[in-house]
Design a protein around this ligand. Structure first.
Ligand code: BTX
Length: 324
């Protein structure tokens, strides 16, 4: 690790001046072959170099990483993001965050990685999490609320992420109840809220946030390429993921504090502004049944109200919905 970082530091320092492999080898007391191998490793990490014949290497591009140092450099929150556990690759950030929460990790602790090999959605569905392309993170929340209010935090997180995307990317996603953000009817974000609770006390909420950021259209596998999109595809520009993470943490802290202080109603108003569900004809799929109706609104508890063809109104606590 350290020689690799030394090489990087020297090339960063040299800017547009080439640095020869021999000079690096001499300064770091290793062979030129070793230097060449470290350069290859750095390329595998996402760095790119220009090699000038007989003169040496120039650092061209640094990877857009979301390590703790980069996120912290962009952070302006009182609490969230103080502890960041960063990994190159993980099966999923959720179990790691659950474990940390059980061990007493503070509110706002973040587990984040470049790639998930077994990312998951609700009901053990798969969440595609390609290396270096998105934001795959779990945030530990410890709001002082009863367990039945936990599902509302999915809506709180949805508003927080929309706000962050507006600030950083300048586009405004729509919220599809309960846990998706869409742009152009395509999925940009999924939210998975899991609970560690006693019967009457929330110990921790583990908020899993998956955001497609710098994917190109052909980065998505076939099974989701017609339903998924990325911020880069939608905005036409490469997004600084660390900056977006910092902004999400800012709004997540802001809105979860607001929820605890003022309840759901002020957040509900913002949620409704961003919703693409309310007023629409929808198909509702729950674990028990499938039915059609019109989404007429959400209650002050975040429960979806659906009006059936016979005029009766049904409360939906948990479901998948499609515009019908
Ligand atoms: P969900 O169950 O609402 O959505 C899962 C469905 O979304 C999949 O069945 C598939 O159709 C589609 N899908 C899968 N991957 C993607 C993707 N990258 N973009 C768009 N659509 C996709 C949503 O569950 C909640 C997802 C939470 C993901 C985060 S990432 C960090 C944390 N760790 C972890 O394992 N999960 C969470």
């Amino acid at each position: 690790g350290t020689i690799k970082h030394e090489i990087l530091k020297k090339l960063q320092h040299a800017g547009t001046e080439p640095t020869s492999g021999q000079a690096l080898a001499d300064q770091l007391s290793v062979s030129r072959t070793a230097i060449w191998k470290y350069i290859k490793q750095l390329e595998a990490d996402g760095y790119s170099f220009e090699t000038i014949h007989k003169k040496g290497y120039i650092l061209k591009n640094e990877p857009n990483l979301i390590d703790a140092a980069r996120i912290k450099a962009a952070l302006d929150t009182p609490t969230f993001g103080q502890a960041i556990h960063y990994f190159d690759t993980l099966p999923s950030t959720q179990p790691v965050a659950h474990q940390l929460a059980q061990e007493g990790a503070a509110a706002g602790t973040v587990v984040i990685c470049e790639e998930q090999t077994a990312g998951r959605g609700r009901m053990q569905r798969q969440w595609v999490s390609q290396k270096g392309k998105g934001i795959w993170m779990s945030v530990i929340l410890r709001p002082d609320v009863p367990p039945y209010e936990a599902p509302q935090f999915t809506l709180v997180a949805a508003v927080a992420i929309v706000k962050a995307i507006e600030d950083v990317v300048g586009i405004s996603p729509k919220i599809k109840w309960p846990n998706d953000l869409l742009i152009d009817s395509l999925k940009i974000t999924g939210i998975l809220t899991e609970l560690q609770a006693d019967p009457d006390y929330v110990n921790a909420l583990i908020m899993g946030l998956g955001i497609n950021v710098n994917h190109m259209a052909d980065d998505f596998p076939d099974d989701i390429k017609d339903i998924a999109t990325s911020l880069k595809i939608q905005s036409g520009k490469e997004i600084d993921r660390a900056h977006l993470v910092a902004r999400i943490l800012y709004y997540l802290e802001f809105y979860s504090d607001k929820y605890v202080a003022e309840g759901f109603i002020p957040i509900k108003k913002e949620w409704e502004n961003y919703s693409c569900t309310i007023g629409q004809k929808i198909k509702v799929t729950t674990v028990k049944e499938v039915f059609h109706g019109v989404a007429v609104g959400i209650t002050n508890d975040g429960v979806l109200k659906v009006q059936l063809p016979d005029g009766e109104t049904k409360s939906v606590y948990s479901a998948d919905i499609e515009l019908a």
